[in-house]
Ligand binder design. Structure first.
Ligand SMILES: Cc1cc2nc3c(=O)[nH]c(=O)nc-3n(C[C@H](O)[C@H](O)[C@H](O)COP(=O)(O)OP(=O)(O)OC[C@H]3O[C@@H](n4cnc5c(N)ncnc54)[C@H](O)[C@@H]3O)c2cc1C
Length: 389
């Protein structure tokens, strides 16, 4: 059983503690679905997980509540709990949130009422389409375009590395509308997968299974009421959405770390080396201590960022970037240490720590690579001193 003492921290309300207990109990009871890893039927497994998450009511937390609030601590607790058991289940939950995040945060009441209930019910699969072949880290360089035509818009261009690509029913798509140079000329649109002119170009296989695709828009016409916010606000919408969801990527990494630690700690107690449990060896204890420290420090950064956002902070750019950078980079180290403590068993295909070793890698790249997070943090820190750019 993973460490639960962090739930006593003042970042949480009692409703979060009750929530953490509820989702933990659900996860315990739904081991069969959380054991699906997409190894043989990726899309089918994603749909099975989505249904289970919807039936459990957990997807309701991926969209705002009746008061219009998206509780970041609840999102993080959900991802941490799912991530501890299944990278794919964490992914399915996360994409319902990220894929509909711009609608949750910037949609009109009508847009929210039209598109969010299907996401919460697991009836609509959501995706967030920002990256392009020539615009990944450099979002402002994106070239997919949207031009006005009559009372609607016409989209052209290619997006790549789009999670849920090929599976999603609806995409939030960022395109250049030209109100200004670079980041000032982008807008966000909601596009259904059955719109003429939309196509999935290719599915991209990954080292840890997860639906991903390149998609293309060719003279793809959508109605005027499918723009989110005002024309020219796309970059702000994308960044504000990532501000919320970056902490949750960190929480998924934390879940992976906790699982790796639990697996490794149990192993060192059970495994005997040189006539005694491995856990008696001081170098093994040092490894476990390092892992535990990285886990607690990650949790502190994550729940600080989440708490701050839930208190109504308009942006938590610095805190979310720190949480994402630290928790994902350190999870890589924690998982690597777990593999090492398992010896040969740690690299056997399908072993939990081997699976985590593959699962963690992408988290240091998507939603802003680690280097990008460092730049974000440095800019925030320097701006606080009246410098930087
Ligand atoms: C599994 C997965 C899922 C994804 N899901 C989505 C999705 O759902 N929607 C979406 O829009 N995109 C998605 N992406 C795309 C992801 O956001 C991009 O891969 C990421 O932004 C990096 O862009 P890039 O791959 O083009 O790498 P590049 O931009 O070419 O960067 C390559 C590397 O350069 C380094 N780097 C970047 N900037 C700097 C800098 N300023 N200084 C120094 N080094 C730097 C980093 O190490 C980076 O990894 C996903 C990617 C992956 C791998």
């Amino acid at each position: 059983m993973a460490d639960r003492t962090f739930l006593d921290w003042p970042f949480f309300d009692d409703r979060h503690r009750a929530f953490a207990a509820d989702i933990e109990a659900w996860a315990e009871a739904n081991g069969d679905v959380l054991n699906l890893h997409g190894d043989h039927d990726l899309d089918g497994d994603c749909r099975r997980i989505l249904k289970a998450l919807a039936d459990g009511g957990w997807l309701n937390n991926a969209v705002p509540d009746a008061d219009g609030r998206l509780d970041v601590r609840t999102l993080c607790l959900t991802r941490e709990t799912l991530g501890r058991r299944s990278g794919l289940a964490d992914f399915v939950f996360a994409m319902q949130g990220l894929g509909s995040g711009p609608i949750s945060l910037f949609g009109t009441d009508d847009q929210k009422a039209r598109w969010l209930p299907g996401v919460a019910a697991g009836e609509t699969i959501a995706a967030f389409a920002l990256s392009e072949p020539e615009a990944g880290s450099d979002v402002a360089a994106l070239s997919a375009s949207a031009r006005r035509e009559g009372d609607g818009w016409v989209l052209d261009g290619v997006k790549t590395f789009i999670s849920n690509g090929g599976l999603a029913d609806r995409y939030v798509v960022f395109a250049r509308t030209g109100e200004g140079e670079g980041a000032r000329g982008l807008s966000a649109f909601v596009v259904d997968a059955d719109t003429p002119g939309f196509e999935v170009v290719e599915r991209i296989p990954l080292m840890a299974a997860h639906p991903l695709a390149t998609i293309r828009f060719t003279a793809c016409r959508i109605d005027g009421d499918r723009i989110l916010g005002a024309a020219g606000e796309g970059f702000r919408i994308a960044m504000a959405t990532l501000d919320v969801f970056r902490s949750t990527v960190a929480a998924a990494a934390l879940g992976f770390s906790r699982r790796a630690f639990d697996e490794a700690a149990s192993r060192t107690v059970a495994r005997h080396l040189f006539g005694a449990p491995m856990s008696d060896l001081q170098l093994v204890q040092a490894a476990l201590a390092d892992m535990a420290l990285k886990i607690d420090a990650s949790a502190l950064l994550i729940y600080r960022a989440a708490w701050l956002k839930d208190q109504g902070a308009p942006r938590v750019t610095r805190e979310a970037a720190m949480a994402k950078l630290y928790a994902t980079d350190e999870a890589q180290q924690v998982i690597d240490a777990a593999v090492q403590l398992f010896g040969g068993l740690g690299v056997v295909s399908g072993h939990p720590v081997e699976r985590l070793y593959r699962e963690i890698r992408a988290l240091r790249i998507y939603e802003g690579a680690s280097e990008v997070q460092k730049i974000v943090i440095a800019r925030q820190v320097l701006a606080g001193m009246g410098g930087g750019g």
